[in-house]
Design a protein around this ligand. Structure first.
Ligand code: FAD
Ligand code: EPU
Length: 335
């Protein structure tokens, strides 16, 4: 364990804060040592790739940096393969590994930053797929009880950018591995957004999972900032889900407002559109601001404080609520 170390390099917003204690978890045998540390009973934070957190101050507790590695096939039949990945595996490398083996199901989740262990936390999603669609089970260490528990899909209570680990079980578990149920009979999903259009411009007629992944990588790179160049944590807010009634009123005021029906009585509205219409897109305040190509992404151009970005997010929330009567909530975890 190390003390008082900077975790700037371990969060994609690039916020320069210190952790009082820092523990790098590389093997399961270290769990016993971790459990014996007095610091484990103070504030604790399990950190993966740090791509969905915003540090607002020094962390006066223990940061457990998950670096468990390993991928194994646990079961297979003619159609399906169950693949278990350790929590510290890089998500995108895992996706590429599955594509290379022709295991289908997570190619639409290409290029999402972070580690496998965080993927169930908010049920990561993109381009028409969420991990709940391919999730089999996960193993997690109950930090208080010092035991490994297994969670199936129902136990995880997945929702849009939600799971039980963000609510009832917050800070209680360290996810160790996730097992995915993938298909050996590739069946691509290209119906979302501009995937088909991009495949056409790439001259691809009968796309396989590799081509779909390449198209999604191209779309993502065209609008999302690369954290290696500009600090960010992807979408800062979740897309709000509003009543049919409110959506109809807004559509009559703004006929071009994008909107997606999610149930009989609810409609999802892109927060990026609302923030752009409210005039925030591309706004820069010293060394932080709203990304110029995607208004849902707040950025640190270098040296910003986490609290400055939180304050900006509050101003945006207030403005969107005043202009559209819609409350937008953060997706990013404030620490
Ligand atoms: P971290 O940021 O390290 O942690 C996130 C949360 O999970 C924290 O609360 C942390 O305590 C907890 N946690 C992490 N690992 C564990 C574990 N092993 N056990 C228990 N708790 C844990 N997300 C999407 O859903 N879809 C996208 O398309 C998408 N695009 C993105 C694009 C960019 C450019 C960026 C920067 C982010 C994007 N994200 C997206 C958000 C982010 O990449 C995901 O949420 C990712 O799963 C976070 O992984 P991480 O390892 O970096 O988690
Ligand atoms: N839009 C604007 N202005 C903007 C941004 C978006 O008008 O500045 C409009 C777009 O024109 C489009 C709509 O909003 O009509 C949706 O935009 P986009 O396809 O870029 O997706 P998003 O809703 O902004 C969501 C996820 C992303 C995910 C993509 C693709 C959330 C909060 N975000 O973004 O996830 O990659 O869809 O599926 O659901 C993340 O969670 O960090 C993340 C990046």
């Amino acid at each position: 364990m190390q003390e008082n170390i900077s975790i700037q390099a371990f969060n994609t917003f690039g916020i320069d804060v210190k952790a009082r204690y820092y523990f790098s978890l590389k093997t399961l045998t270290q769990l016993e040592e971790l459990a014996s540390l007095p610091a484990i009973h103070s504030s604790r934070l399990v950190l993966g790739g740090g791509s969905n957190v915003l540090f607002t101050r020094d962390f006066n507790g223990i940061v457990i940096h998950n670096q468990l590695r390993g991928i194994e096939v646990v079961e297979e039949d003619d159609d399906t393969i169950w693949v278990k990945a350790a929590a510290g595996e890089n998500w995108h490398s895992f996706v590429l590994h599955c594509i290379e083996n022709n295991w289908c199901g997570i190619e639409n989740l290409s290029l999402i930053p972070g580690k496998v262990g965080a993927s169930p936390m908010q049920n990561i999603g993109a381009y028409g797929v969420e991990i709940k669609d391919v999730f089999h089970e996960l193993e997690a260490w109950n930090i208080q009880k010092e035991q490994v528990d297994t969670f199936d899909r129902e136990d995880c209570q997945f929702g849009y950018r939600e799971s039980v680990f963000k609510h009832d079980l917050k800070n209680q578990y360290l996810i160790l591995s996730v097992t995915f149920r993938l298909s050996k009979r590739p069946n691509v999903n290209v119906s979302y957004g501009t995937i088909e259009e991009v495949l056409n411009t790439m001259g691809v007629e009968n796309p396989g999972i590799k081509e779909v992944s390449n198209a999604i990588i191209a779309i993502r790179q065209s609008k999302l900032p690369d954290p290696a160049e500009i600090g960010n944590a992807g979408s800062f807010f979740k897309n709000p889900v509003v009543s049919d009634n409110l959506a109809s009123q807004l559509i009559s005021r703004y006929p071009h407002m994008p909107n997606y029906k999610v149930s009989e009585s609810e409609v999802k509205i892109p927060a990026g559109w609302l923030i752009e219409q409210a005039g925030w897109k591309g706004k820069r305040f010293n060394n932080y601001g709203v990304h110029e190509k995607q208004a849902l992404v707040l950025v640190n151009y270098g040296g910003a404080k986490g609290q400055e970005i939180v304050d900006l997010s509050h101003e945006i929330q207030r403005d969107v609520q005043e202009k559209f009567g819609i409350i937008i909530n953060p997706e990013v975890n404030f620490i």
